[in-house]
Design a protein around this ligand. Sequence first.
Ligand code: SF4
Length: 314
Amino acid sequence: MEILLANPRGFCAGVDRAIEIVERALELFGAPIYVRHEVVHNRFVVDRLAGLGAIFVEKLDDVPDDNTVIFSAHGVSQSVRKAGRQRGLKVFDATCPLVSKVHREAERHYRLGNKVILIGHDGHPEVIGTMGQLPEDAMVLVQNVEEAENIAIEDPDRVAFITQTTLSVDDTVEIIAALKRRFPNIMGPKKEDICYATTNRQEAVKAVAAGADAVIVVGAPNSSNSQRLVEVARNLGCSKAMLVQRAADLDWAVLEDVRRLGITAGASAPEILVEEIIAALQNHFDITIERPDGATENVFFKLPKILTREAEAS
Ligand code: SF4
């Protein structure tokens, strides 16, 4: 079996930062540290942090008084922030700076008097957090071209769009084109708000899916960017594109006839899980590994100052 290992794959700068925030908070303040929602969408990562003393909760109400809470990389609504302040909780914000940037865009459009259209997936925590940056009714969600074609906007000249960061680049281009046709004066980012990591991983999976019999995307079912990688591979005609969380989930019957296998990982999936899956494949097949060239990533996001080693030393 020839394995084509997508490049880049796996952790992005926002995920690295979010995990480090939890680790540093545990080091500096000791367990327990509460984390609102999975800090990143990966069970392996969450279980490891839980082993170090992090307690994951879905609601702020589940954090006892006088404790420390970390907001996940997906961001939170203003009402959650306010509740944290009112309760006097010590809060660290692991929201990815690229998600925060979208929040600021939303505020700017709102101040300019525009109705804001958010292109995204209903129910995803990032979408809930982004919608929650503005008062109710100030923002409306559009999930696909059909919704873009049918959405009713009171003043078609005062409208703007923003997007979730982890969407399919190709699908989003079509949704934006539909909005621009309907609202020629719509304001928005030059392209979309899809982040560099999502864009690069989708390009990288295309490069390996093109000539592959099957593609494995290492990632979690609730990880939006991982799900999009499966879709991108399928859209290229690779019908055997599958999401796999751990080696134990591999479907050996499906893999039996596969000669060229693409492997990639979503932005919240650690490389150790890719290695685990390759090791399992090695036990079943004679494998060779190719690593096609891909985009170079050198994005790095700073930790909150209070969690840095410099702050600890001073
Ligand atoms: S996928 Fe993009 S937006 Fe999400 S955490 Fe990573 S860099 Fe940030």
